[in-house]
Design a protein around this ligand. Structure first.
Ligand SMILES: *Cc1c(COP(=O)(O)O)cnc(C)c1O
Ligand SMILES: [Zn+2]
Length: 434
């Protein structure tokens, strides 16, 4: 494949091994052995690097896995560290303070399945992580890397949830945190960061502007670990744990179809990587599965490219209530296209009204309150069924990546009291509630 059509996220920060000196302790990254370029395969030593010195392609973690059994994993803690042998973290990772995310519930969604006409549907509910989104997974891995690399400041540009997770994990680790968000972010997400850190910085601009600023700071300041910039390869691996858990919770099986939200596209590519690793390690049986990506129409550069049948992703200016997915220039968008096409899946998008409807649908069928990102994913699941892109007989998993309390405004106009009555039986009876 050709070099990524999207602009590489962070041209200003240190990218080559020559520029940043570091020493790490033996085994600091577990079974990870190198960083290798997703485009050209060039390898560099493990360190605070994220772009290939040869072609500027994204660097990914490479491993030499020992034999690993299901029983060894099952004997681990009920959090993502049960998969530590498959992550770029040290073998003693549990001894360092972190947020211990993961092993969230996989719920069979019988009511939603019946509503949509599906035979078997599961919701992977990541809203119950420590800061109520899937971002705690990636941040836990980034924190480990920042610690091993001797970083002084733990930081991120964020669409909201990442800032919450970074601020909380940094607080637990006793590390200085600085988190950057677009200034128009939902108020609950701002409070959910500010409560953990003194250094929440609101930037007048959209996420892509905030990301660019973070790259500049990473290039100027020594010892800053921007979780999704200069330690992005380590950060991204955290998303694999979603894939591992789904397979383990299905009884060490892969689903037939999975619907995953797409912001930068990292999560979707890593869930696929996780499934492939489990197959290679013999932990699950090899079988075909289809990967579907979900976006909101107001920020759907990957869906637009998918539908146009092209490889290049044209950046957009986001305009959607699904702010946690509002990345107009998604770094891993081209890989999302590859995976969805290769597996026979698709990328689909829905309107903000459909996002709101889907939030209420999931709540009223399954008792799960999701944020706008989950509304997007469930709404896309519905649209995929309605448009015949999803096999209704096949076992399907949909991922809920965040909690509805963070985006209350999205549905506060759509739901509320059925009646406001005087405290008397007569008033209740007259209101016609039942
Ligand atoms: C960040 C985020 C995602 C997806 O992120 P990627 O950048 O595609 O990995 C999905 N849902 C929520 C709630 C998020 O915060
Ligand atoms: Zn390269």
């Amino acid at each position: 494949m050709s070099a990524p059509a999207v602009e590489q996220a962070n041209p200003a920060a240190p990218v080559s091994p020559a520029k940043a000196e570091h020493t790490t302790r033996e085994g600091a990254f577990g079974n990870a052995v190198a960083l290798s370029c997703r485009e050209c395969g060039h390898q560099v030593d493990l360190g605070p690097f994220y772009a290939c010195p040869e072609c500027f392609g994204p660097l990914e973690i490479s491993y030499e896995f020992p034999a690993i059994t299901r029983e060894e994993i099952e004997a681990g803690p009920a959090n993502i560290w049960r998969y530590k042998a498959l992550l770029p973290v040290p073998t003693d990772i549990e001894t360092s303070p972190n947020t211990e995310p993961g092993f969230t519930r996989l719920l069979e969604a019988r009511n939603l399945a019946a509503e949509l006409g599906l035979t078997k549907l599961w919701v992977k509910d990541d809203s119950t992580n420590p800061t109520n989104s899937f971002k705690d997974r990636v941040v836990a891995c980034a924190l480990s890397a920042a610690r091993e690399l001797g970083s002084k400041v733990f930081a991120c540009p964020s669409t909201g949830n990442l800032a919450n997770a970074v601020a909380a994990a940094g607080a637990r680790a006793g590390m200085r945190t600085v988190v950057f968000i677009p200034s128009n972010l939902e108020q609950p997400k701002q409070v959910n960061s500010a409560v953990f850190t003194e250094s929440l910085v609101a930037v007048d601009g959209n996420y892509d502007d905030v990301n660019k600023l973070a790259s500049e700071i990473a290039g100027e300041e020594e010892g800053w670990a921007f979780v999704n910039v200069n330690v992005r390869p380590y950060y991204a691996e955290g998303s694999k744990t979603l894939g591992y858990e789904i397979a383990e919770q299905l009884g060490w099986r892969l689903p037939d179809q999975i619907v995953i939200p797409v912001a930068s596209g990292s999560q979707l590519t890593k869930v696929h990587k996780a499934f492939q690793e489990l197959i290679k390690l013999g932990l699950v049986e090899d079988k075909p599965y289809k990967v579907f990506g979900a976006q909101a129409s107001g920020c759907s550069p990957v869906s637009v490219a998918y539908k146009a049948g092209v490889d290049a992703i044209r950046p957009v200016k986001p305009d959607t209530i699904a702010k946690s997915l509002a990345i107009g220039n998604p770094a891993d968008g081209i890989y999302v296209l590859d995976i969805c096409r290769e597996t026979g899946g698709a990328v689909e998008d829905i309107t903000d009204d459909e996002v709101r409807e889907a939030i209420v649908l999931l709540a009223r069928t399954e008792g799960i309150f999701t944020e706008t990102a989950g509304g997007t994913t469930v709404g896309v699941l519905k649209k995929l069924v309605e448009t015949g892109q999803l096999d209704t007989e096949a076992e399907t998993v949909v991922i809920n990546t965040g909690h509805g309390l963070k985006t209350l405004d999205a549905v506060s106009g759509a739901v509320g009291p059925a009646a406001t009555i005087a405290p008397s039986y007569a008033a209740f009876a007259a209101a016609g509630i039942v």
